[in-house]
Write a protein that binds this ligand. Structure first.
Ligand code: ACM
Length: 265
C-alpha cells in the first residue's frame, strides 16, 4: 500500500508566530502527501529567557493559530500533519505536538521527557504514548525530540501498534538522528524525524540546531536525510503495513520474543 510521508525542515523565527505559520504554509502549499511531520515548537522558536515569552506564544491545541492554520492546510491538501506547539492548558504550558487530520480532528501528545531548560518553562507531559489514526487510518505514534534517548518511548508506541513514529524535533545534541535508526530497527517501525535548522539567539544564550531531518524504514535504513541547513520538504512513498511484520528470523520476533519477566524496568 502506497502512503506518501514527508518531513519539513526550516528555521523558525523566535516568537514570530505569524511569520512562521506563513513560512510553513509556503513550504507546504503545493506538496501532495498523506502525512507530513514538522519540527518541535515549529511556530514559536525555542530559546526562552522568560516565562512571559513562553506564555505569549502558548496556544490552544484545538483552535489556536497553529491548529487553525493546519486545519485549513489539511483540508486543502488532504494531508495529515504533525506539528509542535507550546500548548496552553488551564493551568500549565506543555511542549506538545498535534496531529491534524483532513477532517479537522486534532490529537494531542505532550512531551514526556523535557530537555535542559525546557524544565523551566514547561510542565512534563502527562498524555503518555498513544497511537492515533492519521489519514487512511494509518497508525501513528508521536514522540518529541529528547524522547529519543529513552528507548521506552518508541517501544511504548510500537507496543501500542504504531506503524510510523512522527518525531518533531529541535535537536542540538549530535546523536539523535543516528539513534533513531536503532529505534526504527528495534521496533520495526518507520520514523519521520523532522528537525529545525539554523542558529537561535536570545540574550547571551544561543543554540545551533542540527537539521538532518530524516525518513527511516523499519530496518533502520535511511530513506532520505536532509543536510544540516536546508529549508525544504521531502516526500516519499512507503508501505506502512510493512511495520506489521515484526519478525527478525523465522524463529525471532521483535515483540513476542521479549522476556518481560527478566527486565527490571
Ligand atoms: C530537545 O529535546 N529539544 C533537544
Amino acid at each position: 500500500m502506497g502512503y506518501k510521508v514527508g518531513i519539513c525542515q526550516f528555521k523558525p523565527e523566535f516568537l514570530q508566530k505569524e511569520k512562521n505559520l506563513e513560512k510553513m504554509g509556503d513550504l507546504l502549499r503545493n506538496v501532495t502527501a498523506d502525512l507530513i511531520v514538522l519540527p518541535e515548537l515549529a511556530s514559536s522558536g525555542y530559546i526562552f529567557n522568560l516565562k512571559e515569552e513562553v506564555k505569549s506564544i502558548s496556544e490552544n491545541p484545538q483552535n489556536g493559530p497553529t491548529a487553525v492554520a493546519f486545519k485549513k492546510l489539511a483540508k486543502q491538501n488532504n494531508t495529515s500533519y504533525v506539528v509542535g506547539i507550546a500548548e496552553k492548558s488551564n493551568e500549565y504550558i506543555y511542549n506538545s505536538a498535534i496531529l491534524i487530520n483532513p477532517d479537522g480532528s486534532v490529537q494531542l501528545y505532550r512531551k514526556t521527557h523535557l530537555f535542559f531548560e525546557e524544565k523551566k518553562w514547561f510542565k512534563a507531559g502527562d498524555t503518555g504514548f498513544n497511537v492515533f489514526n492519521a489519514k487512511n487510518n494509518i497508525k501513528i505514534g508521536i514522540m518529541i525530540c529528547f524522547d529519543w534517548i529513552f528507548p521506552e518511548s518508541a517501544r511504548s508506541l510500537a507496543l501500542a501498534g504504531a506503524q510510523i513514529i512522527a518525531h518533531p524535533t529541535n535537536l542540538v545534541l549530535p546523536w539523535g538522528q543516528q539513534a533513531m535508526l536503532t529505534r526504527s530497527l528495534e521496533n520495526g517501525v518507520f520514523s519521520l524525524t523532522s528537525n529545525r535548522t539554523g542558529r537561535e539567539k536570545n540574550g547571551d544564550k544561543q543554540l545551533n540546531f542540527t537539521g538532518m531531518s530524516q525518513v527511516v524504514n523499519t530496518k533502520g535504513q535511511i530513506i532520505h536525510r536532509m543536510d544540516q541547513t536546508e529549508e525544504s520538504v521531502f516526500v516519499t512513498e512507503i508501505d506502512p503495513l510493512v511495520a506489521e511484520d515484526k519478525s527478525v528470523t523465522e524463529f525471532n520476533d521483535l515483540l513476542s520474543d521479549r522476556r518481560t519477566e527478566m527486565y527490571k524496568l
